[in-house]
Design a protein around this ligand. Sequence first.
Ligand code: HEC
Ligand code: HEC
Length: 192
Amino acid sequence: MKYLNLLGALPALLLGCAAALAQQSPAPTGQQLFEPIASVVMGPRCLNCHQVQAPHQKDIGIEHAQMVMRGQHDSGVATLQCAACHQAGNSADGKVPGAPHWKMAPVSMAWQSLSKVLICQSMKDPSKNGNRKTMDEVIEHMKTDPLVLWAWNPGAGRTTPVMSHEEFVQKLQAWAAAGGPCPGDPVKPAAK
Ligand code: HEC
Ligand code: HEC
């Protein structure tokens, strides 16, 4: 009999535990929120354009062939513009990648060899990120820009980011909703 009573009480007990756990579960940290974003941003499709001097190629990020250089406006030197080869879409065989306005990211957005924390901070820094001031502005580009979207349709068997673009946007929104904390930032108490 005693045994049966105990069993009867079990669901209530479990529910109680779950509620207690939910109450205590701390707000996600910058580390937890930014990690999935970093795993996309630090992939070769993104980093190959977010370089200092010249774009990179392939998954291992070797320097671009044909001595392609950034040039004054991030779109190549006068004699060798990106647009000479890169069109508004991938070439038919996919070998030459393409998307509208194909060019390198500005120097201030060169993430090559930056740590996760530094990438996170510079993404939010208006002096580096193209004067984007709010978290909504910071993530908008990654939600809609054709150069970003290209990474999910890169052609010629190139690897794609580690999660779908839809999932990436969800991670960006969760990060922005928490105010865009970076790894190591103090955790704000969860809003009640
Ligand atoms: C073909 C080159 C190219 C590729 C590929 C590319 N970018 Fe960019 N990126 C740019 C250019 C050019 C800009 C500047 C445009 C602007 O500021 O509006 C930029 C700007 C950005 C910015 C805004 C700057 C900031 O610090 O907030 C973010 C964020 C960004 N890119 C993320 C990505 C991500 C994520 C990927 C990969 C999924 C990616 N980019 C792939 C060229 C590229
Ligand atoms: C002479 C033609 C040519 C010019 C000019 C050129 N590219 Fe490329 N680019 C290519 C070809 C071809 C590939 C594909 C290489 C491969 O994957 O084997 C490529 C690949 C790339 C990639 C690698 C994409 C990836 O992640 O795999 C980036 C980034 C890139 N180019 C950026 C640029 C930028 C920015 C410019 C101008 C500053 C430029 N390219 C100028 C022909 C060119």
